[in-house]
Design a protein around this ligand. Structure first.
Ligand code: NAD
Ligand code: TYD
Length: 354
């Protein structure tokens, strides 16, 4: 692994991964390929060592651009994060998810396949595809956790587009012997997450004294993983994972959404003792549910633990405290990514009629 392209590196997990990679490995050159949609922010990459890191603005659907990049930079490793990632937006506009998540993955795979067929003949190469536990559908109370062989049953356009991209990646291993790996991870949280997702939105709104919109009865369950633990899992798969294999990654905890929101409120009560909004729990509002809202996810991480020795290192409460502290001390980042018309438009599209 020498010349790595990280797609979607200006997004939440991609930017955390680039920071992690540059910290843990001194020998790689990292190219951050990102088109900078509403979810991509160069502010999330400020202060990086520019000798080993370069931002390249471009579209994973632009084949000419991709071919030139692979050729000029002699790309031997792809870590593919770029995607439309928000379920609520996939309900508003599924087409963009098909375009980016399915066709974009196809174009990236095809570029890598053709470039590697002619170049870097005896060098190690890798295409790592970052995916989600949402491809497995949903669980009820008492159902066994998702494992790597659980049949796919995606329920949202987001999940369906990711499932489709997983199948494409898998097929490139079986058909073309491309050196691929796939990870299916549960919900991430931590620094640099765009506040359209549950945890940063609740922090943002609570600090401002705005309603905390909890969908339905708030009893839905996600498995939460601190983002740095996810980055470590991806790095371990890149360095020790078996080609052609899939690894499930998760945080080993499943509190209902309402408990997450209440934990955030309690942390803010302690961190902001002179806030006029204490107790922040008073701001919680139950709002109309998300259509097709998956009830529960739970992910079995025994394979990655057994084969690669990975386990999550953050307890949920510790990770949430770190996350709240990060948002409180990074108001410049927060103001910059939320101070746009597009963010305000999204809040009004998604929440005004609930
Ligand atoms: P994000 O929405 O924060 O970032 C996505 C990034 O992709 C943005 O920087 C965006 O500009 C870029 N992008 C979008 N379309 C592009 C295109 N056509 N060309 C180049 N770049 C493009 O997403 P995230 O939360 O960081 O998720 C990253 C990946 O991890 C996604 O594939 C997602 O499915 C997966 N994942 C996310 C979670 C989670 O909890 N966030 C959990 C499991 C898996
Ligand atoms: P989200 O962060 O959008 O991730 P995902 O849909 O990929 O799991 O949502 C996490 C959970 O929080 C999900 O059950 C939906 C719920 N939720 C709310 O209750 N209110 C909100 O405003 C948002 C964005 C999510």
């Amino acid at each position: 692994m020498k010349n790595i392209v990280v797609t979607g590196g200006a997004g939440f997990i991609g930017s955390n991964f680039i920071r992690y990679l540059l910290k843990i490995n001194n020998d790689v050159k990292v190219y951050n390929l990102d088109i900078l949609t509403y979810a991509g922010h160069l502010e999330s990459l400020e202060g990086l060592d520019t000798g080993r890191y370069e931002f390249v603005r471009g579209d994973i659907n632009d084949r000419n651009f991709l071919e030139k990049l692979f050729f000029e930079k002699q790309i031997d490793t792809v870590v593919h994060f770029a995607a439309e990632s928000h379920v609520d937006r996939s309900i508003q506009d599924p087409g963009q998810f098909v375009q980016t998540n399915i066709l974009g993955t196809y174009n990236l795979l095809e570029t890598a396949r053709q470039y590697w067929a002619k170049n870097l003949a005896n060098m190690p190469k890798r295409f790592h595809h970052v995916s989600t536990d949402e491809v497995f559908g949903m669980l009820n109370h008492g159902d066994a956790a998702f494992h790597e062989k659980t049949p796919y049953a995606p329920n949202s356009p987001y999940a369906a587009s990711k499932a489709s991209s997983d199948h494409l990646v898998r097929s490139y291993f079986h058909t073309f012997k491309m050196p691929v790996t796939i990870s299916n991870c549960s919900n991430n949280y931590g620094p640099y997450q765009f506040p359209e997702k549950l945890i940063p939105l609740m922090i943002l709104n609570a600090v401002k004294g705005l309603h905390l919109p909890v969908y339905g009865d708030g009893q839905q369950i996600r498995d939460w993983l601190y983002v740095e633990d996810h980055c470590q899992a991806i790095y371990m798969i890149l360095t020790s994972g078996v080609i052609g294999e899939t690894y499930n990654v998760g945080g080993n905890n499943q509190p209902p959404n309402i408990d997450i929101v209440k934990m955030i409120c309690k942390i803010l009560d302690e961190k902001l003792p002179s806030s006029p909004y204490i107790p922040h729990e008073k701001l919680i509002h139950f709002v109309q549910d998300r259509p097709g809202h998956d009830f529960r996810y739970d992910i079995d991480i025994s394979k990655i633990r057994r084969e690669l020795g990975w386990i999550p290192t953050h307890e949920l409460e510790q990770g949430l405290i770190k996350t709240v502290e990060w948002y409180l001390s990074n108001s410049n980042w927060l103001n910059s990514v939320t101070g746009t018309d597009s963010f305000q438009d999204w809040i009004s599209i998604n929440y005004s009629k609930r």
